[in-house]
Write a protein that binds this ligand. Structure first.
Ligand code: CO
Length: 137
């Protein structure tokens, strides 16, 4: 597996409207997209720093895993996403063969229609880790 860069950091927030002004007015970033990902029960807001994105995640209902995360651990960094240069399916097969526990056995569509898959924090030093299709390819 070849990681090309940190694709994004996922940050759990209670409210996009309350979180966005910090990124725009203090950090000087521009929110370029707000998107609802229905099957993950979240609304997302995207910013770019170089080629790395910041993805704010707001739960759309109490059953959302993001709602559960915020309840347990509060708002903050939720996951780390790497862009893989050689395809998410290949990367999953490779890490599974090395004994890594997977949340997603096969790639699925994430925000922006890109293939993604999550690795289980039990196998990643407690950092929820996402592998993403490299959007620049
Ligand atoms: Co993500």
């Amino acid at each position: 597996m070849e990681l090309s860069h940190i694709e994004h950091l996922g940050i759990a927030v209670k409210s996009l409207e309350e979180a966005i002004p910090y990124y725009e007015n203090i950090l000087g970033l521009k929110c370029y997209s707000i998107e609802e990902v229905a099957d993950q029960k979240v609304r997302t807001a995207f910013f770019k720093v170089g080629q790395t994105k910041i993805e704010l995640l707001e739960p759309t209902c109490p059953e959302s895993t993001i709602a559960g995360f915020i309840e347990k651990r509060g708002e903050g960094i939720h996951h780390l996403a790497f862009a893989v240069a050689d395809g998410v399916a290949n990367a999953l097969a490779e890490v599974e063969a090395k004994g890594v526990r997977l949340i997603d056995k096969a790639p699925r569509k994430g925000a922006e229609g890109l293939n993604i898959a999550f690795l289980h924090p039990k196998s990643t030093g407690s950092v929820l880790t996402e592998l993403c299709e490299n959007p620049n390819k």
